[in-house]
Design a protein around this ligand. Structure first.
Ligand SMILES: Nc1nc2c(ncn2[C@@H]2O[C@H](COP(=O)(O)OP(=O)(O)O)[C@@H](O)[C@H]2O)c(=O)[nH]1
Ligand SMILES: [Mg+2]
Length: 367
């Protein structure tokens, strides 16, 4: 299962967010047999408003949402790339995740010590990104000589690596993350060899005060982070309140709804965060629905029908014959499977069909 690592300075609310996410949206382990089981890894359900209407159409009460893993990575400090704090361990943890949720503190609270003195999210972001970029620069400089030697002997692949590594040195040498480099598809394929930290996709989670949540997108600090992320990192942002989410987890459903209403909001921001993290990982959902269950299945955007079928059962890829597919909107507008069929909304798709988010599918497989 793909993982998002929760990264940030100490005391910004990472663990609060992780605990809240994994408690209030904890996935039923039995449904997701291939997940990692470790204390700082949590499997979280991806909220999806399309599941309930589909369950009604399917005539079932059992809903199984998609899920992703979040990893609580201990706080990174300035100097981590030089081994400060538990530097190397943190960097190794970040290397293992598929995408980064970078939590920044946008809440003032005199009772909670700020690692750097005062609240300044853009400064905090730059501290962490500097460590990631420095670690990459070092790692690339270590690799460059061996590729350069091979390149001299005329090895075409080594020449391509050597040229790309030199460009990465120049880019990271200016303090810029690898993800902002303008790369060709070929270069992007080579980049995978180096597993660089600053090449990973990032979502900035702005942790705001309870009372700021209602109008969080217009919060001056959130706007500052959003503008910085777009300009310097090609990244998105999401406001959240980790504290509210934590408190919600302790309330009964009707109390929770009342509490949210008193704050003038319908959600703590965590649903949005999970959905954004899912998208960031390049993931989408297709559905199956019937009397037994309605279920969201996760696939990587760009995958064709047989690989998507393999998400349900590995055998399905080889035995794939065809898929009967209807879009979520067409099915819901028709009101029932029979009506969608009568209206000609179901399509028969073959091996070359590229699945779309929201497809509702039925696979025909051979024996
Ligand atoms: N006021 C306020 N305090 C928060 C919020 N999120 C976290 N905290 C507090 O900040 C402190 C550090 O949080 P923690 O999650 O342990 O931070 P971490 O070091 O980033 O994992 C704890 O005392 C939290 O209760 C928030 O949204 N508002
Ligand atoms: Mg923590």
């Amino acid at each position: 299962m793909l993982q998002s690592g929760i990264v940030g300075l100490p005391n910004v609310g990472k663990s609060t967010l992780f605990n809240a996410l994994t408690r209030t949206r904890k996935a039923e382990a039995a449904n997701y047999p291939f997940c990692t089981i470790e204390p700082n890894v949590g499997v979280v359900e991806v909220p999806d408003e399309r599941l309930a209407p589909l369950a009604e159409i399917g005539g079932t009460k059992t809903i199984i949402p998609a899920a992703i893993e979040f990893v609580d990575i201990a706080g990174l400090v300035a100097g981590a790339s030089k081994g400060e704090g538990l530097g190397n361990k943190f960097l190794a943890n970040i290397r293992e995740v598929d995408a980064i949720v970078h939590v920044v503190r946008c809440f003032e609270d005199d009772d909670i010590i700020h690692n750097m003195g005062g609240v300044d999210p853009v400064r905090d972001i730059e501290i962490i990104n500097t460590e990631l970029v420095l670690a990459d620069l070092e790692s690339v400089e270590r690799q460059i000589n061996s590729w350069a030697k091979k390149a001299k002997s005329g090895d075409k692949e080594a020449q391509a690596h050597s040229a790309l590594l030199q460009r990465i040195v120049a880019h990271t040498g200016e303090g810029k993350p690898v993800i902002t480099m303008d790369l060709s598809d070929d270069e992007r394929a080579l980049l995978k060899f180096y597993n660089l930290l600053s090449a990973k996709k990032v979502l900035y989670a702005c942790n705001v005060k309870e009372s700021d949540l209602a109008d969080a997108d217009n919060h001056p600090l959130v706007q500052k982070v959003a503008a910085w992320a777009a300009e310097h990192h090609g990244a998105g942002y999401c406001p959240i309140c980790a504290r509210v989410e934590e408190e919600l987890g302790e309330l009964a459903p009707d109390e929770a709804a009342e509490y949210l209403e008193s704050l003038g909001i319908s959600d703590s921001g965590c649903n949005r965060l999970i959905r954004e993290a899912y998208k960031l990982l390049g993931l989408a959902s297709y559905f199956t629905t019937g009397e037994k269950e309605t279920r969201a299945w996760t696939f990587r955007l760009g995958l064709k029908a047989p690989q998507c079928a393999a998400v349900i059962h590995t055998d399905f890829e080889k035995k794939f014959i065809k898929a009967e597919v209807v879009s979520y909107d067409d099915l819901v507008n028709a009101g029932s499977i029979a009506a969608a069929r009568d209206a000609g909304k179901y399509r028969l798709e073959g091996k070359e069909y590229v699945f779309k988010d929201g497809d509702v599918a039925l696979f025909k497989v051979g024996a």
